[in-house]
Design a protein around this ligand. Structure first.
Ligand code: PXG
Length: 288
């Protein structure tokens, strides 16, 4: 496997970074997780824009232009002979000294990993997920805004561990006011009386690329969509629920905190969104 590391394509065994890299020392950096479908990088421009916004928010100047970054992403896929897979794009503050200040970091580290993806089991899509709310809260937007896809994922990691302690594959995370924010690596939607609802990003959620795709699907399918402050009660009493994310795509939820969602089976509207999304991934990509 070839990995892009600071201007070179190196073998996996040689893809190493310094212990003085601030990405490691402080989680000081940003990243993207991107999917490759049938030789097309799904919504690459949107991912690169989010990376730029994340970098801007943490005052990190990206060393590559949008065009250069896109070329490096595609070239890494080509060099690995991939047509379907998962791309992890990482930019850290770079190598510095021991000390929080990034002043000594001369050059950001840029890494692109392109690998095959372990798909979610088909059962998740056929039967739906059984998920729980966990105690670990999403970060307050006044701290690091959760819209920044930063290398600080510890609260999401803890939430994911708490989910697995309950045997759940994903977890609902609340914000500090107790409203539903999102899941640990997915956004969340629910359906009630023909309207689709999702937490407003001011509730502390990542502006998901898949979430955006679902907004477009809602427009196409003429399902009204509302961004709002939502509580756990809203989700417990919903008719349908699903999660969206680069890894998960669109996946139904059938049980939340021990309460059945609707009739406890993946919903009809959810299925229409899944089907529509699976067509789009082959249409909305940048060809390698
Ligand atoms: N919320 C959070 C906190 C995320 O990290 C999403 C929502 C969904 O966003 P996208 O843009 O993917 O629709 C994410 C994305 C992984 C993995 O390795 C996690 C994500 C993406 C890809 C892989 O678990 N998180």
């Amino acid at each position: 496997m070839k990995i892009y590391l600071d201007g070179q394509y190196v073998e996996k065994a040689d893809a190493k970074i310094s212990v003085f890299d601030h990405g490691l020392l402080y989680g000081d950096g940003v990243f993207e997780g991107i999917r490759l479908y049938d030789g097309c990088v799904f919504r690459l421009e949107e991912h690169l824009e989010r990376l730029e916004f994340s970098a801007k928010a943490i005052l990190l100047k990206l060393p590559l232009s949008r065009r250069e970054m896109a070329d490096v992403v595609c070239e890494t896929c080509r060099r690995n002979g991939l047509t379907d897979g998962y791309i992890r794009l990482i930019v850290t503050r770079g190598v510095g000294n021991l000390g929080l200040s990034p002043v000594g970091c001369e050059r950001p580290t840029v890494i692109v990993i392109a690998d095959t993806i372990a798909l979610y089991p088909a059962e998740y899509y056929e039967k739906g997920l059984d998920i729980v709310t966990v105690p670990t809260r999403r970060i307050n937007p006044a701290a690091i805004n959760p819209a920044v896809k930063s290398l600080n994922y510890l609260n999401n990691v803890l939430a994911r561990i708490e989910a697995s302690q309950h045997g759940a594959p994903e977890a609902i995370m609340l914000n500090d006011q107790g409203f539903v924010a999102e899941c640990t690596g997915d956004n969340i939607f629910m359906l009630r009386k023909g309207r689709l609802y999702t937490p407003d990003t001011s509730c502390g959620a990542l502006k998901g690329i898949t979430r955006d795709a679902v907004f477009d699907i809602a427009r196409e399918l003429e399902v009204p969509l509302v961004e709002a402050n939502l509580t756990r009660y809203d989700f417990w009493t919903a008719e349908e629920c699903f999660l969206t994310g680069t890894a998960a795509e669109v996946v139904p939820v059938v049980r939340i905190d021990g309460r059945e969602v609707g009739d406890g089976r993946p919903g009809e509207v959810t299925q229409r969104f899944i089907d529509n999304f699976r067509v789009r991934v082959r249409r909305e990509g940048v060809h390698l």
